[in-house]
Write a protein that binds this ligand. Sequence first.
Ligand code: THU
Length: 127
Amino acid sequence: MLDKALNYIKFSYAPYSKFKVACILIASNGIEEKEFYGVNVENASYGLTICAERVAIFKAISEGYNKLLKMYLVAVDENNNEVLNIMPCGACRQVIFEFSDSLKIITRSGEFDIKELLPFGFKILNL
Ligand code: THU
């Protein structure tokens, strides 16, 4: 799956940082599981850049697949060398935590649980 994500990284739009990221999110709508692909999409105003993880999550949520199960994450640097230690940024961890406290994040350097990456994450209970 990490190799599959790496194949998708060609769709990353990262002309400013030249740091390309791709992810595959496996999510369920309660009936079936589906793969959602995401890449980082940058912007000339920089601040409007969105990470690959959030693209994939928003694609899944907007199609009713709100049970986030697994995420495969890869990145390449400006020389197109694979970055082995890519990890979701803090903002993406918080967005993941909104929908799941058990998502597994799989990278070349190992498998991580969102709870270990974002202990004591913010959540509004009793909605
Ligand atoms: N980026 C991601 O897509 N995911 C991460 O987890 C880390 C950072 C993107 C944002 C920006 O386009 C580029 O990588 C450099 O920060």
